[in-house]
Design a binder for this molecule. Structure first.
Ligand code: 23J
Ligand code: MN
Length: 262
């Protein structure tokens, strides 16, 4: 048996027989799912909605199905490089043409939950990432860097979006941390538990929205509104995050799964 055939057989054995736990990093997609609220004059995204086509009735006696409506950036979702003006000129930068191997990678989980609980405007610095690397090893090539804030444990859209008169107060990345992750490490992208990959106050940062600006400007991806990051080890999990194949899509809701060694 070839090595790769053996590897896949072991993978299936782990998933079916135990040894490998599959963790769902996705929030439920429903009308109440929080969606980012941009201030005027910016246009906003639709919330999620289901429209029933038929449900075992005169419209379709044996079948139930719905139309769905939502923005690409609704609930647990993928941000493609084309989402931001800085990423618009890369080849294969949209949901339909990104090479599919780039949706799967090892997870580096950086736990800053205690700091985000104490300060909703907490920003992950380069120093905290380097301290994480000193304990868990250098962030490997093709990694998803996931920031555990436990923010997804906040109940209801108001607590989750945490908006004040001056905009949202949610944790994110220090502007100087983003070029380090995007340019000095060879990552797929970053994932967060908040509604977007930038901090709530990032509209006032320099550059504005640094995570979107620099990650997508470096042809990297974003994963927003993740959950269950508290169930992942710092290293050792593998994350699967393939968006819908929307032609010229800037992103899409998706199911994100992690394989975790037991
Ligand atoms: C558009 C404008 C600003 C932001 C976003 C979208 C997102 O967070 C997103 O979902 O990509 S900050
Ligand atoms: Mn997004």
């Amino acid at each position: 048996m070839s090595t790769s055939l053996q590897t896949l057989a072991q993978l299936v054995g782990g998933i079916v027989g135990g040894g490998i736990r599959v963790v769902d990093l996705t929030v439920p997609l429903e009308p109440a799912t929080p969606v980012i609220q941009l201030p005027p004059p910016f246009a906003n995204s639709k919330a999620f909605a289901l429209q029933e086509i038929s449900r075992y009735d005169e419209r379709g006696p044996a079948w139930y199905w719905n139309n769905i409506e939502c923005g690409e950036h609704t609930g647990t979702h993928f941000d493609a490089p084309i989402h931001w003006v800085t990423g618009k000129d890369y080849a294969n930068n949209a949901t339909h043409n990104i090479p599919v191997d780039r949706f799967i990678g090892p997870a580096c989980v950086i736990d800053v939950a205690a700091k985000a609980k104490a300060d909703p405007d907490f920003l992950l610095t380069r120093e905290v990432v380097e301290e994480w690397e000193s304990r868990h090893g250098r962030i490997p090539a093709h990694a998803w860097v996931l920031i555990r804030t436990d923010w997804s444990q906040r109940k209801g859209a108001a607590a989750y979006l945490n908006a004040g008169a001056d905009g949202s107060h949610t944790p994110g990345f220090d502007p100087k941390c983003v070029p380090f992750l995007a340019k000095e490490r060879d990552i797929l992208g970053v994932g967060v538990e908040t509604v977007g990959t930038d901090a709530g106050q990032a509209y006032r940062f320099d550059p504005t929205f640094p995570c979107h600006t620099i990650m997508h400007g470096s042809n990297k991806f974003g994963l927003a509104s993740l959950t269950n990051l508290d169930q992942l080890p710092p290293v050792g999990a593998v994350v699967f995050a393939p968006p819908l194949k929307i032609v010229n899509g800037s992103g899409s809701p998706l199911r994100v799964l992690a394989l975790v060694p037991a």
